[in-house]
Design a protein around this ligand. Structure first.
Ligand code: NAD
Length: 492
């Protein structure tokens, strides 16, 4: 173990301390300036890591190129079995990984146990899809055969955000590995610990160098995007970073998958089952999972005017009841925001909304929040116009904005009036209206009388500036392959 990575006594499970950078199958001390990994629930420093250097990146890419052909040649069945074994090892370390995430990202441990299992489930899902890397045959004249095969791209990188550290670490390496690629994973510089622990747990299952986990911030991400030895980049992150990734990959024409942000609408219609719709509006915020820091959170609530006051009152009551606390405790219902930056940003949005004339119906900057850590109470903001900042910009925190509507066309204009379109949710008992609204709403994923849940195999992704491509489905794996067309002319 590199000797400058001594662990502070911060309660990481099993006295575990990160070993540094997992580059090309070996652990190396990064070479850039040290960076503290802070626990958002307490403000304690969990570890100090040096970012991966450009030499670490070059070494990881070179090792990945060597390992990739070995891995691809093992074939779909062995690759699938190996990924299933990796998923089993993650499940066997559920408690430990969930505790690392609770400490590192501030989400409650219950939700992070779910995330360990969700990451493992997505790994198993792609493990089971390796034999679906199928091509096709094209009708030909006699004596000729034309067929298409799917080949891995080579070395691909996955850049992931801070909000679901272990889940994204596990889930996002799975599809490209299943397709026969080598993967360089860059977790968020804010929450790198679970990805590093994952590398310790599963790294030896793969040919040496096939999987690297490099930690660092935007500079490392930019170096990955520009690296000529990397064929593709898949980003889960903000719209702004999505633009940077496209620009950064332009010179090397990187294949790019982007899962970006949203300001997702939840629409309550006049005929909705109101009790269920109100519960859905609370559930759609993912407060207990990530304190609202989920891309799919339905953070714009559009309520038909007939129900506006009741919905505001009942959602506010539900928000007020949420028990904030230490993310490592089983009883905690909502944890801390993941970073000081998220905390400051969220409070800034609330302050500006109030200054612009909005009413804070629950939460806000007051309240009985723990006195340490980055806690913001679930906040309900109402009496806003559609052009308020709080009605248009992604907060990525526990802040729900309520708008009133009367006319369906005007409501649709509000829903579709942004440059993003990730998810949406519609609450109605009228099937015709439900289907009409799902057609009219510009979003990559629309729930009817439901919110938040993802379903295995169901494509997830955004329209407009919420992203490029679809994930959590066959399309994600195929995105990390290239079609090769072969024509064979037989002699006879
Ligand atoms: P972010 O965009 O700041 O960071 C995401 C990753 O990109 C991190 O690893 C970061 O270090 C890296 N990065 C940052 N700048 C970069 C650059 N210039 N070049 C290359 N890499 C760079 O996102 P975040 O703050 O960690 O996460 C929050 C955002 O992620 C929100 O906008 C949220 O909606 C989005 N998100 C989307 C999904 C989805 O599936 N659509 C899921 C989760 C989060």
């Amino acid at each position: 173990m590199p000797d400058d990575h001594a662990k502070a006594d911060t309660g990481l499970p099993g006295a575990w301390a990160p070993l540094g950078q997992y580059a090309g199958g070996v652990w190396r001390t990064g070479q850039d300036a040290p960076r503290d990994v802070v626990s958002p629930g307490s403000g304690d420093v969990l570890a100090t890591l040096r970012d991966a250097s450009s030499e670490d990146l070059d070494g990881a890419v070179a090792a990945a190129r060597r390992a990739q052909t070995t891995w691809a040649d093992l074939g779909p069945v062995v690759r699938g079995k190996t990924l299933k074994e990796a998923a089993a090892r993650l499940r066997a370390h559920e408690d430990e990984l969930a505790m690392i995430d609770a400490l590192d990202c501030g989400n409650p441990i219950k939700g992070m146990r779910f995330d360990v299992n969700l990451g493992a489930t997505l790994m198993e899902f792609f493990a089971g899809l390796t034999t679906e890397l199928k091509g096709e045959t094209i009708p030909q004249v006699g004596g000729k055969l034309t067929f298409v095969t799917r080949e891995p791209l080579g070395v691909v990188a996955r850049l992931v955000p801070f909000n679901h550290p272990v889940m994204f670490a596990a889930a996002k390496i799975a599809a490209p590995l299943a397709a026969g690629n080598a993967v360089i994973l860059k977790p968020s510089e804010e929450t790198p610990l679970a990805a590093l622990r994952m590398a310790e747990l599963i790294g030896d299952l793969f040919p040496e160098g096939l999987l690297s986990v490099l930690t660092g911030g935007a500079d490392l991400g930019a170096a990955i995007c520009a690296h000529p030895g990397i064929a593709a980049v898949g980003l889960i992150g903000s719209v702004q970073t999505g633009r940077a990734v496209l620009r950064g990959g332009a010179d090397t024409l990187k294949r790019t998958q982007l899962e970006l942000g949203g300001k997702n609408a939840l629409v309550i219609c006049e005929d909705a089952d109101l009790d269920r719709a109100i519960a859905g509006a609370v559930k759609g915020m993912n407060l207990g999972w990530t304190a609202g820091q989920s891309c799919g959170s339905t953070s714009r609530l559009l309520v038909h005017e007939a129900h506006y006051e009741r919905v505001v009152a009942e959602v506010a009551t539900a928000f007020d009841k949420v028990l904030l606390g230490d993310p490592t405790l089983e009883t905690t219902e909502m944890g801390a925001l993941s970073t000081q930056g998220q905390y400051d940003k969220t409070r800034g949005f609330i302050q500006r909304a109030e200054a612009a004339g909005a009413r804070i119906a629950a939460g806000g900057l007051r309240g009985d929040i723990p006195d340490r850590g980055y806690f913001v109470r679930p906040t309900l903001i109402c009496d806003v116009d559609p052009d308020f900042e709080i009605a248009r910009e992604e907060v990525f925190g526990p802040v729900l904005t309520v708008l009133k509507w009367r006319d369906e066309d005007a409501m649709i204009d509000i829903v579709n009036g942004l440059d993003v379109g990730l998810t949406a949710s519609v609450w109605t008992r009228d099937l015709d209206r439900a289907l009409r609204l799902t057609r009219r709403i510009q979003a990559g994923y629309v729930w009817v009388n439901d919110a938040s849940d993802h379903y295995l195999g169901a494509p997830f992704g955004g329209v407009k500036q919420s992203g490029l491509g679809r994930e959590e489905c066959l399309e994600e794996m195929l995105a990390y392959t290239e079609a090769k067309t072969v024509t064979v002319v037989s002699g006879g």
